[in-house]
Design a protein around this ligand. Structure first.
Ligand code: SF4
Ligand code: SF4
Length: 442
C-alpha cells in the first residue's frame, strides 16, 4: 500500500502503547449524570424537561435552538434533580440537566431500529443524523447534519473519514476501528448517500496496521470505498492535510473542505450514525481513552455522556501518583483542566493525566530565528511573526501574515527550542481578528 502524506508536520512520540491493545470496557454506571445543553459548536439547547421529571435512556432532554445546534439526550433512566450551570471540559459554564440514575436502564419508547442504510432515503438519513444529536466526535463537535447540508452550489464528490488519530496517547478511534469496523464502513455509506457522493476514503495512519486490515476487510467488495494508509505524522488528521493526502486537492486559503469538493468526518462520527441506524439509539455514549503516567490502569472506556471526569478516572483505578496536569482530548490540541468535576461530553475523546516529568514545561526564551516553526507548519505559515504581532496587539499585521489560516495544531509550539507561546498567542490573534470582522459586518 502506497503511503500518503502532506507537507510539514512533526513526529511527536506516540505514547499509545499504554492502551492501544486494550479492548473497550463498558463503564460502570454512576449515580448522577450531568448532561450539558451545549456540547457542540453553535447555539446551546433549551431544556425540554423540568426538575422532578422522570426520563428514560435516549429521551431528548434538550432541544436545538437554530440550525447550527444539536439535540441532547439522556444517557440513563431516572429523575431530573436539578438544572444548573456547571463548568464543562471546554472551560465554559454551561447549563446541565442533572439526572439521578435509577439503574433500571429503561429505554425510551421512541427508540426503534431504523433498518439498513440501503433501505433509507437520503432525506431520512439526514433526519436521523440531526435527531440523534450526532456531532463531530474527533473533538470538534460541529453538528454533523450541518456539515452534511452543503450549499447547493458546492459540488461535493468525495467523502473522507478521518481514522488518522494522530494525537499522541489517544486510542479511542483505534479500538473503534478494530472492534466495530462494519459500523465505520456502514456509516460512511450512509454519509455518501446523504451527499449523493460515489467516492469515499477512509484514511488511517500506518502506525495502526491492524486497523487498516480490519477496516479493509469490512469494506471488501465495496468498490466505492477505498482504505488509504497515511504516513504517521502530526497533524495528519487535520482536514486540509487529510484532503491533500487522500486526493491531492488543496483547500484554498480561508476556504473550507467543501471548496475542494470534499466533506470530512471522523470515523467515530460515521460509526455513531451506523449504530443509531442499527439500534435507534441517539448519541449518548462514546469511547474515551483514560491514560498518562499518573493513571493506575490506563483504559479505553465506553463512557456515558454526563459522567464526571473524576468518576471516569476512578474507573481507571484512580491516580497512582498526583498528576501535574490533566488534559481533556489529546496533548497537542486538548484543553488543560482545572477541576475534575466536569461532565463528559460528546467530544471527550480522552482524559490524559500527566506526571510532572510528562508535563514539565521549558522556560520561555527569546526567539532565536531558527525557523523551525516555519519549516514544520503544515499550513505554510510563519508562526514566529504572527505570534510576535499578536503579542504586540497588532492584529492587523497578524492577519496580513494569514493568522486565520492557522489550524491550531500546536506543532510550532512543540518544536520551538525557545518554548515561545506560539499557539496561544496565535489563537488570541485569531479570536481578535474574527471579533473585529463580526463588529465590522454589523
Ligand atoms: S501556526 Fe498554526 S498551523 Fe502552523 S504549526 Fe502553528 S498551530 Fe499549526
Ligand atoms: S521555532 Fe521558536 S525560536 Fe525558532 S523561529 Fe520559531 S519562534 Fe523563533
Amino acid at each position: 500500500m502506497k503511503l500518503l502524506s502532506f507537507k510539514g508536520g512533526i513526529h511527536p512520540p506516540h505514547n499509545k502503547e499504554l492502551t492501544e491493545h486494550l479492548p473497550v470496557e463498558k463503564a460502570i454506571e454512576t449515580k448522577i449524570v450531568y448532561i450539558p445543553l451545549a456540547q457542540h459548536i453553535g447555539a446551546p439547547c433549551s431544556p425540554v424537561v423540568n426538575v422532578g421529571d422522570i426520563v428514560k435512556v435516549g429521551q431528548a432532554i434538550g432541544e436545538p435552538q437554530g440550525f447550527v445546534s444539536s439535540p441532547v439526550h439522556s444517557s440513563v433512566s431516572g429523575k431530573v434533580i436539578a438544572i444548573k450551570p456547571m463548568t464543562t471540559p471546554g472551560g465554559q459554564m454551561t447549563t446541565c440537566i442533572v439526572i439521578e440514575n435509577d439503574f433500571n436502564d429503561e429505554i425510551h419508547e421512541s427508540i426503534m431500529p431504523y433498518g439498513e442504510v440501503k433501505d433509507l432515503s437520503s432525506e431520512k438519513l439526514l433526519e436521523i443524523v440531526k435527531n440523534a444529536g450526532i456531532v463531530g466526535m474527533g473533538g470538534a463537535t460541529f453538528p454533523t447534519h450541518v456539515k452534511l447540508s452543503p450549499p447547493k452550489e458546492k459540488n461535493i464528490d468525495v467523502v473522507i473519514l478521518n481514522g488518522a488519530e494522530c494525537e499522541p496517547y489517544l486510542t479511542a478511534d483505534h479500538r473503534l476501528m478494530l472492534e466495530t469496523p462494519e459500523d465505520v464502513v456502514n456509516g460512511l455509506l450512509g454519509i455518501m448517500k446523504i451527499l449523493g457522493v460515489e467516492k469515499g476514503y477512509i484514511g488511517i495512519e500506518d502506525n495502526k496496521p491492524d486497523c487498516i486490515a480490519s477496516v479493509s476487510k469490512a469494506a471488501q467488495g465495496i468498490n466505492s470505498i477505498e482504505v488509504v494508509g497515511l504516513r504517521t505524522k502530526y497533524p495528519q488528521g487535520a482536514e486540509k492535510q487529510l484532503i491533500y493526502a487522500c486526493t491531492n486537492r488543496e483547500v484554498p486559503s480561508g476556504g473550507l473542505p467543501m471548496d475542494a469538493g470534499v466533506v470530512v468526518n471522523n470515523v467515530a462520527t460515521a460509526a455513531q450514525l451506523a449504530k443509531t441506524i442499527r439500534t435507534g439509539m441517539p448519541l449518548i455514549d462514546r469511547i474515551c481513552t483514560v491514560t498518562g503516567g499518573a493513571i493506575s490502569n490506563p483504559k479505553n472506556i465506553l463512557i456515558k455522556i454526563g459522567t464526571l471526569y473524576s468518576e471516569i478516572i476512578d474507573q481507571a483505578g484512580g491516580f497512582k501518583t498526583q498528576p501535574s496536569k490533566v488534559i481533556s482530548g489529546g496533548p497537542m490540541m486538548g484543553i488543560a483542566q482545572f477541576t475534575l468535576e466536569v461532565p463528559a461530553t460528546k467530544g471527550s475523546s480522552g482524559i490524559l493525566c500527566f506526571t510532572y516529568d510528562e508535563a514539565k514545561a521549558k522556560e520561555v526564551q527569546n526567539c532565536m530565528r531558527c525557523a523551525k516553526c516555519v519549516n514544520i507548519c503544515p499550513a505554510n505559515l510563519q508562526p514566529l511573526f504572527i505570534s510576535a504581532y499578536s503579542l504586540k496587539n497588532d492584529y492587523k499585521k497578524a492577519m496580513e501574515f494569514r493568522a486565520l489560516d492557522c489550524i491550531e495544531c500546536g506543532s510550532c509550539s512543540f518544536v520551538c527550542p525557545s518554548a515561545r507561546p506560539l499557539l496561544q498567542s496565535i489563537r488570541v490573534a485569531k479570536r481578535e481578528i474574527l471579533a473585529q470582522k463580526r463588529k465590522e459586518s454589523k
